[in-house]
Design a binder for this molecule. Structure first.
Ligand SMILES: Cc1cc2nc3c(=O)[nH]c(=O)nc-3n(C[C@H](O)[C@H](O)[C@H](O)COP(=O)(O)OP(=O)(O)OC[C@H]3O[C@@H](n4cnc5c(N)ncnc54)[C@H](O)[C@@H]3O)c2cc1C
Length: 417
């Protein structure tokens, strides 16, 4: 099985789904069909049903099989594009509104993640941004190296900033609990339907099941671009990688004595966090080209951890700590790094392109899409200002790969000189 679909630590530690895939009735009628059972699709379906719509959500495999169930589990404000990139596309005024929406998304997630109903999502407050570069930001909240060592002991980390509003969590459990909530308010959730296409009456699956509906939302992330000829031209599937070690006992207490999550300040940097069963989750890198096999991700992970924690890896080797899990996932990126959201033809809509920062953005934009579809015609205004740029297929992927390597080189320079 390829690493973008392979089994993860989340799969082995998730709660049983509190819902069952709804029975499929051929030619059943709905107001809306949402294609894609990730956080974007579920949120859109939930908020449509909340407004009284009759909604089907269809997923080609299991809910959470895409990025929403296999990501790093960090949730913070912001978007996949940084503030400068957002300002460049949206201008000063609209970018302020856009950033506020990212924060609204974080608050929407926090409210659920820390509620009793979501206790199995195991949310933990706090994310520390770690500085590798020599440029220490002028920020009163900056922790200098000696203070930082209360949280992390790695020779390359020079400074840090704690964000107490951000948190980390078990994203697959969160999604499963949210799916239960979504089904309870009336959404018909159909899993394992296989690939789907749209036709004049609605959506038809590769197995010949027809669902009739008035409007269709494509919330297929980086996992479904081949099924939509329009989205395929606007968004690229980009891989990123995660490793999880075997339980590390006291080693983690020595080198990473914090329950907060941590991530460095590189453009496609490393991020890591302690898991409740004593393992270390380590996320890293991106690639727009060939998919990496699991054994390569495993060795890349160990190499990366060693580069930042040489002594810790030495102790890991002594205690025979291994990388137990290695996987990748697909993110959907437009060339400007901003989401592709809005109408794509008479009755089809796109809710896609959240890149590597979807845990706050996908659900809140899903909510905005639901408001738009139920009559609030202004709710997608911000997104109508984002141009739809072609990505140029293979050429675009090659460009993205070169750009990633260029940025990594610039990061290397800023850390060295
Ligand atoms: C490894 C990794 C780590 C990440 N870490 C973080 C993180 O720590 N914090 C953060 O904020 N973001 C992170 N992200 C990004 C975040 O996970 C995504 O932005 C977000 O999950 C996107 O949600 P989505 O619903 O748009 O897409 P997805 O979650 O990918 O969902 C799309 C769903 O659509 C289904 N589908 C596709 N095509 C079809 C079809 N034709 N018919 C039916 N169903 C279809 C897929 O099977 C999939 O389940 C990470 C991503 C990856 C891959």
């Amino acid at each position: 099985m390829s690493a973008v679909h392979s089994r993860t630590w989340y799969d082995d530690t998730c709660v049983s789904p509190g819902w069952q895939s709804s029975p499929v009735i051929n030619n059943e009628n709905f107001d809306f069909c949402i294609i894609g059972g990730g956080l974007a699709g579920l949120s859109c379906a939930y908020h449509l049903a909340e407004k009284g719509a009759n909604v089907a959500l269809i997923e080609k495999s299991d809910l959470g099989a895409g990025a929403s169930g296999r990501n790093g589990g960090f949730c913070s404000t912001g978007w996949a594009a940084n503030s400068l990139q957002i300002r460049r596309v949206l201008g000063e005024n609209y970018s302020t509104e856009f950033e506020a929406l990212g924060l609204e998304g974080l608050n929407w997630m926090r409210q659920r993640a820390f509620s009793r109903r979501y206790s199995k999502a195991e949310a933990v407050k706090g994310v520390i941004s770690l500085g590798l570069s020599k440029n220490i930001p002028e920020d009163l909240k900056v922790l200098t190296k000696d203070k930082l060592e209360e949280f992390v002991i790695g020779p390359r980390y020079r400074w840090g900033i704690v964000d107490k509003s951000a948190f980390h969590f078990h994203p697959l459990n969160f999604l499963r609990i949210f799916a239960e909530e979504t089904q309870k308010i009336g959404v018909k959730i159909i899993e394992n339907i296989g690939r789907v296409k749209t036709n004049k009456t609605g959506v038809i699956s590769s197995g010949g099941i027809n669902l009739r509906c008035n409007r269709i939302v494509w919330a297929t992330g980086g996992y479904g671009l081949e099924s939509n000829s329009i989205l395929k031209k606007l968004v690229l599937p980009i891989q990123t990688f995660i490793c999880v070690t075997s339980p590390m006992g006291a080693i983690l207490d020595k080198y990473i004595p914090t329950n907060m999550a941590l991530g460095d300040d590189r453009r496609a940097g490393n991020y890591f966090r302690r898991l409740p069963d004593g393992r270390l989750l380590w996320g890293m890198g991106v690639s727009a080209m060939q998919q990496k096999p699991i054994h390569k991700i495993r060795s890349m992970g160990l190499q990366n951890i060693k580069a930042h924690f040489p002594d810790m890896v030495h102790n890991m080797e002594k205690d025979r700590i291994t990388i137990d899990y290695a996987w990748s996932g697909l993110m959907a990126y437009a060339s400007h790094f901003l989401p592709v959201v809005g109408q794509i033809n008479d009755r089809e809509f796109s809710l896609c392109g959240f890149g590597g920062h979807g845990m706050n953005t996908a659900p809140i934009v899903g909510k905005k899409m639901a408001s738009f579809l139920t009559g609030d015609s202004n709710s997608l205004d911000l997104f109508s200002r984002i141009p739809k740029q072609k990505t140029y297929g293979l050429l675009g992927r090659l460009g993205a790969e070169i750009e990633y390597r260029r940025l990594s080189f610039l990061d290397y320079l800023s850390e060295r000189y």
